[in-house]
Design a binder for this molecule. Structure first.
Ligand code: TPP
Ligand code: MG
Length: 552
């Protein structure tokens, strides 16, 4: 068997069902072989970075390993931003590629690929012998899952067409070696230390992270919260978890309401489960969000320093569910029962918290806060949410309150322009429609992927919060008393662009326009682009806090 066929066969044995990619010299035989399998869907992206972002979105929506395929050299170099973003989200993705012939550094498309990939934080495997090529696939899938990051797998052109000793049908996929995730049980002494801290505290906040979202774990957290009289504060990724509780306090950190920031200042204890406690989750305006709190920090990692640069008062290495269950049992045994934060006054303050800043809305534009509220009201919770990066992101993040599945962000590298592609991948991975919100600047960085969305006919509502500017820069330049007009770059007619690509397209200049377009999307079939002309006069709470120094 030729190495390129053995490699394709191994990808199939690894369970590959969807490949996001763009063709080039590196992948011809592999691609043709993959396309023969009826269970494989090949998604032709229009850019390699977009293909990797799609694989990232697909993997995060399905919980499986995402697969992308790009050509060597220029194909791979375009993936850098998406590789970094997927690395930050710890997404298992295998990126199939090749390499120019050995010892020909003058080859047009030659590049030191390993250096580029290492700089992104992803892993790199190059099969230097035909006999290793098939096993290299297993190593790539194995490492993507164990190391929780993208692995770029290069099968150089010198190797691809050679005969090899392939195992063929006897190939053992990574799943034969990796028998599921182990639940790390917490250490008993650490648990007892944690219980002592919790027993001695009166104002407790439970932070729920991405690692604590299993339904059973959420149920236990709810019980612990009631027992401790605690507020529930998710990190961005767990946004909306236990959102029906009167004591759901909204996202902790940068996106907190003022009421929440005040409660955090009062807190004497934080119990954080399944979160890295990133600086955005524990700091506001460079100051600790919980200045007076002892921290019990639970995560499966051996030890994590918090984003504040400090370690927890009690760090428990453990699976969130196993540790929450053990804490629940010990707290019940110790008969711990507190009112803590759970009073009518606190519930009222949380209910009334919100952005009530009065702003003049220019004629023909929409208040982005209203647009976010309308979308949240009209779109049922099974419609997932993907949000990119930019000034606008705070509006859907803070004002769309329903817990939605899936909830995916593409902000971990702070790059604009990742939203649409990530959302296309995620939409393909789930059966339900998805809403993606992105700014006009970010949209134009990956707008070509509307072609992919239209070709696939996916149920994606792509809403562009369009302030005709790089709004983040607009507000920052203004604050610094620099020429803010430099950031105002007119955008095209997104509805017309959408139609040109084969999507439905609408423009919203009023709340009623937003409403009717969302309703039409829900009743319709394929992808829709909604260009919401947003007012530049509305500044998000995080920006007002961080850049204008306002106490909001
Ligand atoms: C790839 C990349 N280029 C530039 C930036 C700097 N940047 C951050 S936010 C932003 C503005 C994005 O504009 P838009 O998508 O319209 O969102 P808005 O801020 O207007 O809401 C820019 C240019 C970045 N973060 N990433
Ligand atoms: Mg903008």
């Amino acid at each position: 068997m030729k190495a390129e066929h053995a490699v394709a066969h191994a990808f199939i044995k690894e369970g590959t069902s969807t490949v996001f990619g763009l063709l080039g010299d590196s992948q011809l035989a592999w691609w043709a072989e993959m396309a023969k399998h009826p269970g494989v869907q090949i998604v032709d992206a229009r850019d390699e970075g977009a293909a990797v972002a799609m694989a990232d979105g697909w993997a995060r929506a399905t919980g499986k390993v995402g697969v992308a395929s790009v050509t060597h050299g220029p194909g791979l170099s375009r993936t850098a931003t998406s590789l970094i973003t997927a690395t930050r989200y710890r997404t298992p993705v295998v990126v199939h590629t090749g390499a120019t012939p050995f010892n020909k550094e003058q080859a047009l498309q030659y590049m030191d690929q390993e250096k580029l990939v290492s700089a992104t934080g992803a892993g790199y495997i190059e099969a230097l012998t035909p006999d290793y090529a098939e096993t290299a696939v297993r190593d790539a899938f194995y490492r993507a899952q164990v190391e929780q990051r993208p692995i770029v797998l290069s099968i150089p052109s010198d190797v691809q067409s050679k005969e090899c000793n392939a195992k063929g049908d006897a190939y053992q996929p990574s799943s034969a070696i990796l028998r599921g995730r182990q639940r790390i049980r917490p250490d008993l002494e650490r648990l007892q230390d944690a219980v002592k801290i919790l027993e001695g505290a009166n104002k407790i906040i439970i932070m729920v992270g991405r690692g604590a979202l299993e339904p059973e774990c959420v149920k236990i957290i709810d019980r612990i919260g009631q027992r401790l009289g605690a507020l529930i504060a998710p990190t961005l990724h767990a946004k909306g978890v236990l959102g029906d509780s009167d004591y759901y306090a909204g996202i902790a950190g940068l996106f907190s309401s003022k009421a929440m920031v005040q409660f955090c200042a009062e807190a004497d204890c934080v119990l954080a489960l399944g979160t890295s406690m990133h600086s955005y989750a524990v700091m506001v305006k460079g100051k600790p969000l919980y200045p007076n709190a002892k921290v019990v920090h639970v995560d499966a990692q051996p030890h994590l320093m918090m984003g504040s640069g400090k370690g927890a008062d009690c760090y428990i290495q453990g699976d969130a569910l196993a540790t929450a269950a053990a804490l629940d049992e010990l707290l019940a045994k110790a008969n711990v029962k507190k009112t803590g934060f759970r009073t009518a006054a606190v519930a009222k303050a949380l209910r009334e918290a919100g952005d009530r800043d009065e702003r003049e809305i220019e004629p023909g534009t929409v208040d982005p806060r209203e647009a976010a509220r309308i979308m949240d009201d009209l779109l049922p919770p099974q419609v997932g949410l993907v949000v990119g990066d930019g000034h606008y992101m705070s509006f859907p993040i803070m004002l769309m309150k329903k817990r939605r599945g899936p909830h995916i962000f593409s902000t971990a590298f702070g790059s604009i322009g990742q939203g649409l592609s990530t959302a296309i991948g995620a939409t393909l991975g789930v059966d339900t429609p998805l809403l993606c919100v992105e700014g006009d600047g970010g949209a134009l960085q990956n707008i070509q992927e509307l072609d992919t969305a239209a070709r696939l006919g996916i149920r994606l509502l792509y809403v562009v919060f369009n302030d005709d500017a790089y709004g983040a820069e607009f507000h920052k330049l203004k604050t610094k008393k620099l020429d803010h007009k430099l950031s105002a770059v007119r955008s095209p007619d997104f509805a017309a662009v959408a139609k040109g690509f084969g999507c439905a397209g609408h423009t919203a200049k009023s709340n009623a326009d937003v409403e009717s377009a969302v309703k039409e999307f829900l009743a319709g079939k394929g992808p829709m682009v909604l260009d919401v002309k947003t007012s530049r006069n509305v500044i998000s709470i995080p920006y007002r806090r961080m850049h204008l120094g306002e106490d909001v």
